[in-house]
Design a protein around this ligand. Structure first.
Ligand code: MG
Length: 457
């Protein structure tokens, strides 16, 4: 039996329970067999990082792979290293991203630095489920350490922005590194850009991540208030492995949290405007129409995909799109690399401030949409039935999109998305409209029709 190991974000679990050294060693062997060459490895700052990494490395070397240990760097930094070093055939990042500190995970990076596609993960799972043979004593792999991957990554990031213009602008930023993988690289980025940085939670020995782990408004109170009180031009926070960046604008002496759909919209607008229009932006069907509206206004168009950053990245490659991203602060810049990139997001946002004005003004200029979010329970084996029923009920006179779940688009620009959760027996209902009441009414209507159907009414 082939065991499914990889979830949407690699293999994750609670350390010394489901994520333990036996599993890490076996995974190391399976990943090594799959890659069959030199592999880069890195960790975030979790206390279990060295333990899990050591076990994975032992497995990699046992099957003959040479290992290059990059130490603690952000996920996009190891991705960049794998992409740009031809002797490296793949990578392994030890991280559980924004999950609480007791978790850790193993995430594979493909030869070109992208997140590994599902088909390749399945191949690793097949190897893992079998008996992985080790090499003889004199044919095992070796290990080297490499200390400059973080700096090389930051140098690549700043090559994509106008450093001179940024330096001249004399900006100040408050940076919350979540005591995570970006504790060194993001302050370095600020230094190289000539942005005065006030850091929070930038201590790798500090308690990870220094606040409850998901970078939400509630969890970033210190960042928000400090951004206001020091009158910074922006505040920014990373998740644990710094593939994402979340922003805080400032109005007078007050920091204003910027939800992910707004930073996605601002960045979409910036990139399309920089390129003079006539390009595409890729984003999942769950993203706010705010993105489409600003992209169209700037002369571009939007391509919608199913939810998931590897899906967005691969579609960008196929369509030749310069930019794509999701509402959780994970943004992808094609001219740098096809993966979510926290430092790149910050650099581009700062350049955007210099070019297009204060963040708060850019944020307030965005069109306003309201989203109503609900969920209903639905056993996994009835999910298809419910989708079919809802499609039948609501398709008449409306546009239907089945890219991911069921999206009903109304003539007035509003829409409702019914999306099955991949991990739980539930559906999520998102209803968006420019009219707040309408978004609520439609959300409630969908919830009622769906639950009546589930109860056999
Ligand atoms: Mg992350």
């Amino acid at each position: 039996m082939v065991q499914r190991m990889f979830g949407t974000n690699g293999v994750r679990g609670v350390v010394n329970e489901d994520m333990n050294t036996d599993l890490a060693l076996q995974m190391g062997k399976a990943i090594g067999k799959f890659f069959g060459g030199k592999v880069a490895i890195a960790t975030d700052t979790r206390v279990s990082g060295d333990m899990i990494k050591s076990a994975v490395c032992a497995g990699l070397m046992a099957v003959g792979c040479n290992v290059r240990d990059l130490g603690i760097v952000p996920t996009p930094a190891i991705q960049y290293h794998v992409k740009t070093n031809d002797d490296i055939v793949g990578g392994v990042m030890i991280t559980a991203s924004h999950n609480p500190p007791k978790f850790n995970g193993i995430k594979c990076i493909d030869f070109d630095g992208t997140e590994m596609p599902r088909e390749k993960e399945e191949k690793i799972e097949i190897i893992y489920s079998g008996n992985v043979e080790c090499r003889s004593w004199n044919d095992i792999g070796t290990m080297e350490t490499y200390g400059s991957a973080g700096e090389e990554y930051i140098d690549a990031v700043i090559s994509h922005v106008d450093v001179e213009a940024i330096r001249k602008a004399n900006l100040t930023a408050v940076v919350d590194c979540a005591n995570g993988a970006a504790f060194r690289t993001t302050p370095l980025l600020m230094k190289k850009l000539g942005v005065r940085a006030i850091t929070l939670n930038a201590d790798p020995q500090g308690e990870f991540p220094g606040h409850p782990s998901e970078p939400t408004e509630d969890n970033l109170r210190d960042l928000i208030s400090l951004t206001g009180s020091v009158k910074a031009d922006l505040g920014v926070a990373h998740d644990g492995d710094a593939d994402r960046a979340v922003f805080v604008a400032r109005k007078g002496k007050k920091g204003v949290y910027m939800p992910g759909d707004k930073s996605l919209a601002i960045m979409s607008k910036t990139i399309v405007s920089d390129l003079g229009g006539d390009c595409t932006v890729v984003t999942p069907v769950s993203s706010s129409s705010m993105v489409e509206e600003v992209v169209k206004d700037a002369g571009g168009s939007v391509i919608y995909t199913a939810v998931g950053s590897p899906i967005v990245a691969r579609r960008m490659m196929k369509e030749g799109s310069p930019f794509g991203g999701e509402e959780n602060g994970g943004l992808i810049f094609a001219d740098h690399q096809f993966c979510r990139d926290g430092a790149m997001t910050i650099a581009k946002m700062i350049e955007g401030i210099v070019k297009y004005g204060p963040l708060i003004d850019q944020m307030e200029a965005l069109p306003v949409y309201y989203v109503d979010k609900r969920k209903i329970e639905c056993p996994n084996n009835r999910k298809t039935d419910l989708i079919d029923y809802m499609k039948e009920t609501f398709s008449e006179g409306n546009r239907v999109d089945t890219t991911d779940g069921l999206k009903i688009l109304f003539d007035d620009g509003g829409w409702v998305l019914l999306r099955p959760s991949g991990t739980e027996p539930i559906f999520r209902i998102y209803s968006e409209s420019k009219d707040e009441n309408l978004s609520k009414e439609r959300g409630a209507q969908f919830e009622k029709v769906a639950s009546d159907y589930m109860e056999g009414l």
